[in-house]
Design a protein around this ligand. Structure first.
Ligand SMILES: Nc1ncnc2c1ncn2[C@@H]1O[C@H](COP(=O)(O)OP(=O)(O)OP(=O)(O)O)[C@@H](O)[C@H]1O
Ligand SMILES: [Mg+2]
Length: 622
């Protein structure tokens, strides 16, 4: 072989090597050009990174002034250092513009005749962006594992170039946005999708699970609870249908087998198993029942559907989805009409009162009345359990209880409860022969308890509309339902361990109606149940999904447990309420949001602006 040939071979190898090198360097590292908008200035103010308040300013070139806006993400490469054996920066600071200003340049005055018709004009001022640092993203050419995100620990150098962030993967790393999960919307700045309208960055809710074999990454955000808030008509229901649609999948989660079940079977039952999610939606306006059907929106075109498929966004009526079940269960209450198609009805069994006596406290009973009511309830259920008793009825009913209570509370001389006539009267007035209780309890052939397995089945979306109910009837029925779910989810020694043993997301629209800072004792009972449930959600695989227009009215303890918050357009007084935490950088803009615009904060990810899909992914008539 001649030297020439050897040289050629050597050259070929080198070329190959170089090609491989540049091929593995992802944008915006390597020789990626990018959209430069200006440079870091230190002229009038120092460049500061500080544990609390950082101060980084960029001078924006005159020709790029129109390209930057508040909320834009910028990247600032740290220059190549002497030790680096590559000739491109491997580390970049990423920040967000939180202030834009025209700064006066020395020797300019606008105090002159004719004002701006003559010099100076806009170009006589410098345009300066103040940048809030978010993180540093590094790229290690030796390591395949693309980008790494670390906290900012040094300022950018004066004069460094400043670029718009245009690369999705890079931005995702900088903001620590999950790579996958449930799609919530696209990243946006002032309502416009970024990096570009054509290929915006999708934003996901963290949702590791056994099906994707990534449960070791951490807790799904849904089990740390979620709150959607927005003023009337801001799109809460539209957005929630789209989010819940994404969670309606065949994904399974590891959950502990309830001890109650283990005792029953007794034969090598495992400690853990995997199960699909049951999503139960309390639907006060009868809107979520439509989630079984395809959208009727004109925007749900073939092109749009293809676009959704390309992004792995689930869409269409859940009824037709082979991966998940969809069932509607309507509470059957006397004198009401059930108008939903394909719905099963269920009665509220009086038996629920056995473990939830508070459900029979109407207005706040005085202490002695409460005690009389409690004793009456306990005695009745004890009799029910006793086959020898005249009331030895394994199927307790309100009607029978009412007769029993009337007898027990009838006569001050003979009552085993109390000799105090006025207490007896007060207790009778509250529990005997109440029209509302007669309407609510024990109707229909199947009861909530009979149907528990079917209603809260794994891998199913269950919608419970209550639009046929009004006022206190609605609240009592929903209280009974929620008490049944929550008690069996978090209680010990429960009667329906099926609920405990199934991962569950409980969605509550118009939640302020049910779990506010309660004055009425029934609601207070529910609130205390929810407080416990919220605290224990992670262990029990129980997530709350709360939708409200007045987040300040939700009980504070429950509100505090909502680790993911989604804010659609809000009224100013809500934003300013001490009880509502809106990230400070969005306090102003959130009051001017258009439909679909939202701020999202999920655990371990900084708050960002998103735009949801303009089309509801299931039917949403309104
Ligand atoms: N992202 C969006 N793009 C376009 N239209 C939307 C969007 N979100 C909601 N809408 C429309 O706005 C209207 C109100 O939406 P939605 O019912 O979701 O509001 P809401 O906040 O739940 O209202 P309410 O307080 O009455 O419950 C509906 O007609 C809906 O189709
Ligand atoms: Mg709504």
């Amino acid at each position: 072989m001649t030297d020439d040939i050897l040289d050629e071979v050597r050259q070929d190898r080198e070329d190959e090597q170089n090609e491989a090198d540049t091929g593995t360097v992802p944008a915006p590292f390597g020789d990626y050009e990018g959209h430069r908008v200006g440079h870091i200035t230190a002229q009038d103010e120092p460049i500061v990174v500080d544990r609390e308040d950082s101060y980084i300013r960029a001078f924006i070139d005159s020709s790029f002034r129109d390209d930057v806006r508040l909320g834009n993400y910028l990247r600032i490469p740290y220059p190549v250092s002497e030790e680096q054996d590559v000739d491109f920066p491997t580390s970049m600071l990423v920040g967000v513009i939180n202030r834009l200003e025209y700064a006066t340049v020395a020797n300019i005055t606008d105090k002159q005749d004719g004002g701006y018709r003559h010099e100076p004009g806009e170009q006589s001022f410098s345009y300066v962006a103040q940048i809030e640092p978010i993180s540093t993203v590094t790229f290690n050419p030796e390591d395949d594992a693309s980008f790494e995100q670390v906290t900012v620990d040094k300022p950018p150098k004066p004069g460094c170039d400043v670029y718009l962030v245009e690369d999705e993967e890079f931005l995702r790393t900088a903001l620590r946005i999950p790579q996958e999960g449930a799609f919530l919307g696209h990243m946006a700045v002032s309502g416009d999708r970024i990096p570009s309208e054509e290929s915006p960055l999708p934003y996901y809710l963290f949702n590791p699970n056994a099906t994707d074999d990534n449960e070791n990454l951490g807790e799904p955000a849904i089990f740390r609870h979620l709150q959607v808030a927005g003023s009337t008509g801001s799109g809460k229901t539209h957005a929630s249908k789209n989010i819940l649609r994404q969670l309606a999948t065949d994904k399974r989660y590891t959950i502990e087998v309830p001890p109650e079940e283990r005792e029953e079977d007794n034969v090598d039952v495992q400690d853990e198993r995997v199960r699909g999610l049951n999503t139960t939606i309390i639907d006060p306006e009868g809107e979520y029942v439509e989630m079984g059907n395809d959208p009727t929106d004109g925007g749900y075109t073939t092109d749009f559907r293809n676009d959704l498929d390309a992004q792995n966004i689930r869409h269409g009526g859940i009824q037709q989805d082979p991966d998940v079940g969809f069932e509607v269960f309507v509470p059957q209450i006397e004198d009401t009409n059930i108008t939903h198609n394909n719905a099963r009805s269920f009665g509220i069994p009086f038996e629920i009162v056995r473990t939830n006596r508070q459900l029979l406290y109407s207005s706040e009973p005085p202490e002695r009345t409460r005690s009389a009511i409690n004793q009456t309830i306990s005695r009745y259920f004890r009799e029910c359990n006793d086959p020898q008793s005249g009331y030895g009825n394994p199927q307790p009913t309100y009607q029978e209880f009412s007769q029993y209570a009337e007898m027990l509370l009838d006569d001050a001389d003979n009552s085993p409860i109390t000799q105090n006539e006025s207490v007896l009267i007060a207790a009778r007035e509250r529990i005997v022969d109440q029209y509302e209780y007669r309407r609510i309890f024990d109707h229909g052939t199947d009861s909530l308890t009979d149907l528990t397995q079917q209603m809260f089945a794994p891998g199913q979306v269950t919608v419970i509309p209550t639009d046929h109910l009004r006022g206190s009837t609605d609240r009592i029925v929903v209280s009974c339902l929620l008490a049944h779910i929550v008690q069996n989810k978090i209680g010990s020694n429960v009667n329906y361990p099926h609920i405990k043993g199934t991962p569950m997301l409980l969605a509550l629209d118009e939640a302020h109606e049910y779990i506010s800072e309660a004055s009425d004792p029934r609601e207070r009972y529910l609130v205390s149940n929810f407080q416990q449930a919220a605290k224990r959600g992670r262990k029990d695989k129980f997530g709350l999904y709360v939708i409200t227009q007045t987040p300040q009215d939700i009980n504070g303890e429950i509100r505090k447990q909502m680790n993911t918050r989604i804010y659609l357009g809000l009224e100013r007084d809500v934003v300013e309420s001490h009880d509502v935490y809106v990230p400070k950088e969005f306090k102003e803009s959130v009051t001017q949001f258009n439909k679909g615009q939202m701020v999202v904060k999920q655990p371990d990810v900084r708050p960002v602006e998103l735009v949801g899909l303009p089309v509801c992914l299931t039917r949403h008539d309104s």
